[in-house]
Design a protein around this ligand. Structure first.
Ligand SMILES: [Cu+2]
Length: 427
């Protein structure tokens, strides 16, 4: 059974003597202020890596090592996962249509594996399906895949041996294939979406989970561990999303701009079929490539619009106390449990910054400190930092709003002038 916050609180009430030894205090850590602009017209995987392989004669050679990895999803939560080349997701493999690639796969996992090139139309024997198109790659072995890259586009790679376990443990990555000499967008970002079930206080994801995913990642990170994207006003921005999570589709929403889906893992979307959106659904097992030209500077959220997917571990499974009067319960319990707080009876806003005690190696429900106050979102959340101009490589910091352009309390004079009757303040 998955321990929830409720179980956890009742357990701590029953064993308050252990409180000091099993709890850590969730610090209200600062969120990542937008970083450096980075080079233009280059593929970038925030928090990740891009591997262009190396040329051996006329062949581009890659080497993937499937292996156990120690992985930090955000400060305070480190997981024991499986991945490629020391990370999850593995490196983005970048190649060019028409060239021959040779991909060596070394298996350092405790069980067999294989690698499937999702969306790429390769010779059947290179498709990586253990049992059907090849024998599995046993532990300790290095196998060879080789094919001519058939199409440009955005694809993925993952095992087709013990898929449920190996993908739940983090074995996946993206592939970007370019046309020779293709024009590049000003900014080109690439994300792999995954979801994990990790009991608070533990390090190993549960491959048997079918629901209750509580760690929702972009390139293996949750906010505030996610590195912001950066673009200048008027630049063409491409963002490639691949979803190899177990069970969930993710409506990824962009604030402050309009976008179009320009391609999937099946190929480019014809111009006549494109439509304006601000949210694109990235179903399991698919790629969605979106493009946009931001017109408004600022720090704009980019996040999954499923509200539980912008919460992390300790935000799920709470008892519903909304509207419940805690009465004297809080004071009574605090005599025995000084750290006890009656939570949620007025809503849960701001709870992330309350220095709530959480088990060692787990994350509080959400968020991080922002430039104005606490940001009540965590999980599958990041920022697109848009600036009027990007000069050099200097750190951006948070957006500096022009005077008078930030929402603020209304004055009595303003309310009177506009005829807005305010009966009373909120309770
Ligand atoms: Cu989601």
């Amino acid at each position: 059974m998955t321990p929830t916050r409720r179980d956890f609180l009742s357990a701590t009430a029953a064993a308050s003597g252990l409180l000091g030894s099993i709890l850590k205090t969730g610090l209200a850590q600062a969120g990542p202020a937008p970083g450096r602009p980075g080079p233009r017209k280059v593929l970038h995987a925030p928090n990740g890596s891009v591997d262009q392989g190396r040329r051996v004669g006329r062949v581009r050679v890659f080497h993937l090592v499937a292996e156990p990895v120690t992985w930090e999803v955000a400060p305070g939560l480190v997981l024991d996962v499986w991945g490629y080349n020391g990370r999850t997701p593995g490196p983005v493999l970048e190649m060019t249509r028409g060239e021959r690639v040779r991909i060596y796969v070394t298996n350092h996992l405790p069980e067999s594996t294989s690698v499937h090139w999702h969306g790429m139309i390769v010779p059947n024997g290179m498709d990586g399906v253990a049992g059907l198109t090849q024998r599995p790659i046993p532990p300790g072995a290095t196998w060879r895949y080789e094919f001519v890259v058939p199409d440009a586009g955005t694809f993925m790679y993952h095992p087709h041996f013990d898929e449920m376990t190996q993908m739940a443990m983090g074995m996946m990555g993206m592939i970007v294939v370019r046309e020779p000499n293709e024009p590049r967008p000003d900014r080109d970002y690439c994300y792999m979406i995954n979801e994990w079930s990790v009991k608070p206080g533990t390090r190993k994801p549960d491959p048997g989970a079918m629901s209750d995913f509580n760690v929702l990642t972009l390139n293996g990170k949750v906010f505030p561990g996610t590195e912001p994207m950066v673009a200048a006003v008027g630049e063409r921005v491409r963002v490639r999303f691949g979803n190899l999570g177990a069970m969930d589709h993710h409506p990824i929403h962009f604030h402050g701009l309009s976008l179009q889906v320009t391609a999937t893992d099946g190929g480019p979307v014809p111009l006549s079929a494109r439509q304006p959106e601000t949210t694109t659904l990235v179903p399991v097992g698919t790629v969605r490539v979106v493009e946009m030209v931001p017109s408004e500077p600022g720090d704009w959220p980019v996040h999954c619009h499923m509200t539980h997917h912008v919460m992390t571990q300790m935000g799920h499974g709470l008892p519903n106390l909304l509207g419940v009067d805690p009465g004297g319960t809080e004071a009574g319990l605090q005599r025995h449990l000084p750290e006890f707080m009656a939570m949620g009876h007025t809503g849960m806003g701001g709870m992330g910054e309350m220095n709530m005690a959480v088990p060692e190696n787990s994350l509080p429900m959400k968020g991080a400190a922002g430039p104005f106050s606490y940001i009540d979102m965590g999980g599958m959340f990041t920022v697109l930092a848009v600036r009027a101009r990007l000069e050099g490589d200097a750190p951006l910091g948070w957006y500096q709003h022009p005077e008078g352009s930030v929402a603020r309390p209304a004055t009595h004079e303003e309310l009177a002038a506009d005829g807005v009757a305010v009966i009373s303040q909120a309770p």
